[in-house]
Design a protein around this ligand. Sequence first.
Ligand SMILES: Nc1ncnc2c1ncn2[C@@H]1O[C@H](COP(=O)(O)OP(=O)(O)O)[C@@H](O)[C@H]1O
Ligand SMILES: [Mg+2]
Length: 267
Amino acid sequence: MTHLEIGDLIGYGAVKQVYQTTWHNTTVAVVYVNNRDYINDFLHGLEMLKALGPNKYIVQLIGFCLKDKVYLIEYHPLGNSVHVDEIFIKNNIYDIKKRFNLCVDYVRILEFLHNSPGGKRVMCDSNSLNKTLEQYLITSSLSLILNDVDALPEVGHEGIICGHRELQGSFIAPEQKWPYPTHSYQEDRMPPYDEKVDIWKIPPVCNYFLGKSEAAKVFRYHLHPIHRKCREKYAVHRPSAREVLNFYEKLLQEYFVDKFTLTREEL
Ligand SMILES: Nc1ncnc2c1ncn2[C@@H]1O[C@H](COP(=O)(O)OP(=O)(O)O)[C@@H](O)[C@H]1O
Ligand SMILES: [Mg+2]
């Protein structure tokens, strides 16, 4: 690792700095810790990459050096999923199916995390829409993969709490909010929750992927029944990632097959 020539900064967050580098004539991403206070999150992220991968849902780990606190992962030039609009416009893609595929990938990733070989994992680093989108990358074949696996606590019998501070904002699930407004936040009095917080966040993420076109507006109507269930106030009433995925996959087959048949009939 010490012989790597470090190239441009690709991105950074609270925990990591990511640069381009060349390794065996291939461009890859080299990941360093950005803030020593988060060294444990950095190391946990590396452990999760090892424990959960390799698979099609998560960025591919190439190598690591624990002594130098650095690792190499596959480089994805299209970057994180905040840039979905730019990416599709630049590539002249106005096909709602390709955008919906990102929603399907997103729910496939959640389904994998909720039933992973490392237990039932929750995507905690997702307190706002932008933060959530930054944790996922768009590959050159326009699929979505999870990149940031630093904050994936396991839901045991007791449930989990994301982070150590009070969470606020309109994006988080209702059960993630401090329920005693007359008292200030105390971590040990915060009721734990489970993976259904990820389900609550599916509709805004998928709507972002679909974009604001007329076709997206029409298509969203077909997602309404399942998205309404994802937004149930009480977590137990929300569907599992598997159930959302079943709905999405059925729609993917039926909605677009119908369109294809129509086009053929018209010909
Ligand atoms: N392998 C990669 N290929 C391309 N861009 C990447 C890659 N890894 C990270 N990035 C960019 O760096 C940003 C920060 O990475 P991330 O793993 O989320 O760091 P942090 O843990 O500090 O939040 C991502 O949002 C993305 O834009
Ligand atoms: Mg991140």
